[in-house]
Design a protein around this ligand. Structure first.
Ligand SMILES: [Zn+2]
Length: 311
């Protein structure tokens, strides 16, 4: 039986119940005052509706309030389907496919996919390159930069300078990646990002690019491979894990997102980072990955205005 035949992907009541179990494991929580106490069940009036019983509050709410799904005018069951589809497809799925599969307008599908990407955004600021259970010890972090597409409106001849730039850091021991959109790849631009995201105890592995020379010296170790001399691997020294990650991202962006504006790129990266960091090899299957994405819908409201122009 396909996962997609589950009732919560088709029935609104089941969809609300499913999301409530995911977000309210201890029972309803009022999003207005944070009360977990008594509430009135108004689900006979409207799907998922509750009313806070706190004297000072008395506000109504559903499990969607305060989440990226709050202001979307799409049945919750369809939003859960879209979340599953985006979590379960390795190279992602386009807004056009979501539009056709779910029978919602393209515009709704476009906003919905961006809401879900926002839910996938990690937001973790914990430095990478540590080793679990060994304080003060450092692991290996690969760093590399890449260019994506070109910014809209730029003629092809000048495209190289106008390609969008991405820096990715990949913690080889934890098997996790973190990607950042950058304005340029000058050392002074990348250095603060690298320093803020990687523990000093870690070993930094890069190619021989001079971008990394100075920042490399601030870590316990800095090893480089000389790509210009066709040296790609020297024992454990290489950046092929992060390069492999880039190739998945680029294949996905090529087939699925033909025109991606720079203002949206960070959200596409969040999506690919999320799938990579919650992959089968780390013990996370499609269903579990979807549950984790749903866990991220809280506290990241994405309004029409904050998404900006479609691209
Ligand atoms: Zn309340």
């Amino acid at each position: 039986m396909s996962v997609l035949s589950k009732p919560y992907f088709h029935c609104e009541e089941a969809a609300f119940a499913h999301l409530e179990t995911a977000l309210w494991p201890q029972g309803p929580v009022c999003p207005h005052c944070g009360s977990m106490g008594k509430h009135y069940d108004l689900r006979k009036t409207r799907l998922g509706l509750r009313k806070c019983a706190e004297k000072a509050c008395r506000k109504q709410f559903t499990v969607k309030v305060g989440t990226v799904f709050e202001s979307a005018h799409i049945p919750l069951s369809k939003m859960l389907q879209a979340t599953y589809l985006m979590c379960a497809s390795k190279k992602s799925i386009s807004s056009h496919q979501i539009h056709r599969l779910l029978g919602i307008t393209y515009k709704s599908a476009w906003f919905l996919t961006h809401r879900i990407r926002e839910a996938m955004r990690d937001g973790s600021l914990a430095p990478m390159g540590g080793i679990d259970g060994m304080p003060g010890a450092g692991g290996i972090v690969e760093a590399d930069e890449t260019f994506i597409g070109r910014e809209p409106g730029v003629p092809k001849a000048r495209a190289y300078h106008h390609k969008m730039k991405v820096l990715s850091l990949l913690d080889r021991d934890a098997g996790k990646v973190r990607s950042v959109v950058v304005d340029d790849i000058k050392p002074e631009t990348l250095r603060p990002i690298i320093e803020a995201n990687i523990l000093k105890e870690a070993s930094l592995f890069t190619d021989e690019s001079s971008i990394y020379t100075k920042v490399g010296a601030t870590f316990a170790d800095h090893q480089m491979t000389t790509h210009s001399a066709k040296e790609y691997v020297r024992g454990i020294v290489h950046t092929s894990t992060v390069e492999g990650y880039f190739s998945v991202f680029k294949r996905g962006m090529k087939g699925v997102y033909q025109h991606c504006g720079k203002q949206h790129l960070h959200r596409y990266l969040a999506e690919f980072d999320f799938r990579y960091n919650n992959r089968v090899k780390l013990g996370c299957g499609d269903v579990e990955r979807t549950e984790r994405a749903l866990g991220g819908i809280v506290g990241k409201r994405l309004t029409y205005r904050s998404v900006g122009d479609r691209a």
